[in-house]
Design a protein around this ligand. Sequence first.
Ligand SMILES: Nc1ncnc2c1ncn2[C@@H]1O[C@H](COP(=O)(O)OP(=O)(O)OP(=O)(O)O)[C@@H](O)[C@H]1O
Ligand SMILES: C[C@@](O)(CCO)CC(=O)[O-]
Ligand SMILES: [Mg+2]
Length: 415
Amino acid sequence: MSLPLLTSAPGKVIIFGEHSAVFNEPAVAASVSALRTYLLVSAAQDPKVVELDFPDIKFDKQWSGEALATIAAGVQPEAVTDSRELNADLSNALESLLQPLSGSLHYQAAYCFLYMYFSLCGTRTGVKFTVKSSLPIGAGLGSSASLAVCLALALGKLGGHLKHGTESLTKEELAFVNKWSFIGEKCIHGTPSGIDNMVATYGSAVLFQRLPSGETKSEQILSFPQIPMVLTNTRIPRSTKVLVAGVKDLIVRQPEVMKPILESMGVVASSGAQILSQLTDANYESLCELVRVNHGLLVALGVSHPGLELIKSVGDSMNIGHTKLTGAGGGGCALTLLSRGARPEEVEKFKRTLESEHNYKTYTTGLGGPGCGYIAPELVQQNFSSIEPLFRKDSTASDLNKVLLPSSGSFQWIH
Ligand SMILES: Nc1ncnc2c1ncn2[C@@H]1O[C@H](COP(=O)(O)OP(=O)(O)OP(=O)(O)O)[C@@H](O)[C@H]1O
Ligand SMILES: C[C@@](O)(CCO)CC(=O)[O-]
Ligand SMILES: [Mg+2]
């Protein structure tokens, strides 16, 4: 497969069911139209290395062909066959490359990359991977899953597992991307439910459930309504891996207490999905009520944060809408579903208060946009000199969106 290659995937908003999704309860999520991750795969200057350039997390790393070959020599071929579980041999072998990065955001990103690279492309060298995202990183909007999906699509093509053409992605190809991005998410946070990578792969909105067998059940919510909401990022850093592990520990300590809470969250999600599929003025209040209840249950799981409660408190005291944390919590983002009667000037005041008094960032983005995609390789080649600068550290989310956002940018994306 010739270079360069350009892939992209969206972030997501979980409307109902974060955390309980990991414990086989249903959950509802939608992709976010204007917040996406982009991956450019190009020829590395040095043909003997593999290079990662991830400016969003200030990570630039090269591994030599010899270092990669040493790892590959120590791993049984069956370690790299596709499976739903991470292979311990490959994970252990990668530790020598990853150990110097331990304890940093770089570790998770490098683990996700290296695991998929060995599995799908072997020890090929002379390739550089540059990632830029208009999503906030580690803030609950699925940045890790969108990265894993961009990588799975690009590595699938680079390794010859997916077609190298200009045709739309087939059902089988999307299933391949979904499967490998789930593996990538496992490297990043251990026990993902799979909802984030599914939304980043397929886009749109889904009612999702992981079954005890490990299979997943999902239903596209085709007529997902544009619900009026404000997304607010507290900018408080947190890690999905740590939060998910914390919930697991709580469940081990208090199984009898936590089981009905998780089940209740599942009922909230399926009732919410039902309302969303036939949203009217008459049932909007029930949707708001479910948002409130879901947040309360997440508080009981211990994944809120005073910074998230502040958004809820400002929203409640202005009577603007109904707030719940979204994603793994512990900081990061909350969504506020606006009340039917909320006036635009009140919504502006709500956003202004959060931004100017608390240094939070608010987002207005549509929900339910396209999933993963790529730009035809010839187009990337022809426009490389205008595309490549977008992947440098000083380019902004709006620079990326202006040129690369599917539907409004300068290029036709293939989905
Ligand atoms: N643009 C990016 N560049 C490099 N690494 C990234 C990028 N986006 C995500 N990552 C990796 O994903 C990790 C963040 O994943 P994490 O699951 O904790 O947060 P999230 O996906 O944004 O939130 P949530 O899982 O709650 O939706 C980072 O530590 C980093 O390793
Ligand atoms: C916290 C969680 O439910 C959502 C993270 O966006 C984890 C997962 O489902 O993988
Ligand atoms: Mg994540």
